[in-house]
Design a protein around this ligand. Structure first.
Ligand SMILES: *Cc1c(COP(=O)(O)O)cnc(C)c1O
Length: 386
């Protein structure tokens, strides 16, 4: 069955008692045992809970993995994954990394003796230089955010396998609708489901999908032991969002492409970072390994003085963090999402004071372009270049 159909049908054929089309929210944390030594399969909700199970099975299937785990946030999912590692272990991690993941590694995992090297994960020479006998895994974001760097997953996951490293891919930006890393060789996929999977800026959630029996059992142990699991209400809300993922991603992509092209021709804009554009350095790899493009991109203005007035004058577009929802949001990575990343790293990768990131929603692209145009005009007037 095609992925559009599988998404629309999440949970709808799995409630045998009433036949409910929308899978119910089972709020219970405790489950009666029929008799000593017997279980319905549910014992205690941290370990397994019916609504969450439907979501987890759907996630595993959509990502072509063997097991899915729903967590209370994307960071909870990453914490659970990083708990595979311990004293002395070393990780290779995408250079242009999500700020929260960087903070988790540097401020928390470091206390448990886990170290990380930040590297362009598409650069095999750099990876070969940094890999040590203690290296246990590589964590890849592709595209990265905000600079949209692309990693060739098939090539790098094969390299990781040859070095006996686990390949972990953060697939938040593309979702399984556009990209399925496990099919390209990854062992673990992680999502901030708060973003495109939830899709409505109204549920905080994370998902992990694992490939292989042993790894899936290890992850089940960590998920239950750490306990950062997703509750029944939020599991339901996430599934309800995921049902329309295909429609939303197609619209996000179409809008983002139109607006990126409009910005390319704007006199105040220096660079547009979006892998759908043919000049993007990762365009070819992205087109090969993914069936489409995400709805976020970044652009650098020629003059940093434009940033503040543009953010103040946008009306339809909200000046807000986060990404992946139906509403358009624009953020200033250097002072918001990436504030925890040291200036030295930010400058090396290009997250500077002229860079804006745009999470394009599903509004009409003409309205979004008109909003941007008036904000640019107002900024120009204020700066006095008119
Ligand atoms: C938002 C985000 C996270 C963290 O997820 P939360 O749901 O906010 O905890 C991790 N990785 C990426 C790529 C993200 O965008």
């Amino acid at each position: 069955m095609k992925i559009e159909s599988r998404l629309a049908q999440i949970g709808s054929i799995k409630e045998p008692v009433t036949g409910a089309v929308s899978f119910p929210v089972y709020q219970s944390t405790a489950f009666r045992h029929p008799r000593l030594g017997e279980s319905t399969g549910f014992d205690y909700a941290r370990t397994k809970s019916p609504t969450r199970t439907v979501l987890e099975e759907a996630a595993a299937e959509l990502e072509s993995g063997d097991a899915g785990f729903a967590c209370s946030s994307g960071m909870a999912a990453l914490t659970t994954i990083f708990s595979l590692f311990g004293q002395g272990d070393h990780l290779l991690v995408s250079l242009d990394l999500y700020g929260g993941t960087y903070r988790l590694l540097e401020r928390i995992m470091s206390r448990f003796g886990v170290t990380a090297s930040y590297v362009d994960t598409n650069d095999l020479d750099a990876l070969n230089t940094l890999v040590t006998p203690s290296t246990k895994a590589i964590l890849i974001e592709t595209p990265t955010n905000p600079l949209m760097m692309i990693t060739d997953l098939e090539r790098v996951c094969a390299w990781a396998k040859s070095k006996h490293l686990l390949s972990i891919v953060d697939n938040t930006l593309l979702t399984p609708f556009f990209q399925r890393p496990i099919e390209l060789g990854a062992d673990i996929v992680v999502h901030s489901a708060t973003k495109y999977l939830g899709g409505h800026n109204d549920v905080l959630a994370g998902l992990i999908v694992t490939k292989g029996k042993e790894l899936s059992e290890q992850m089940a142990f960590l998920h239950n032991s750490l306990g950062a699991v997703l509750g029944p209400q939020d599991s339901w809300l996430l599934m309800r969002g995921m049902k329309t993922l295909a429609l939303r991603m197609e619209r996000h992509q179409a809008n983002a492409t139109a607006i990126a092209n409009w910005l390319l021709t704007h006199e105040a804009v220096d660079v547009v970072y979006y892998p759908a554009l043919p000049h993007h350095p990762g365009h070819e790899e992205q087109s090969r390994q993914s069936s489409g493009n995400t709805g976020i991109f970044s652009f650098r203005l020629k003059n940093a003085a434009y940033v503040e007035p543009i953010l103040r004058h946008v009306k339809l577009i909200a000046f807000a963090e986060s990404l992946g929802g139906v509403e358009s949001l624009m953020t200033y990575p250097a002072v918001q999402t990436h504030a925890d990343i040291p200036l030295e790293i930010r400058e090396r990768i290009g997250v500077d004071d002229r860079l804006l990131r745009f999470s394009v929603g599903i509004e009409h692209q003409d309205d979004l372009i008109a909003d941007l145009a008036q904000a640019f005009e107002a900024a120009k007037r204020e700066i006095g270049e008119a």
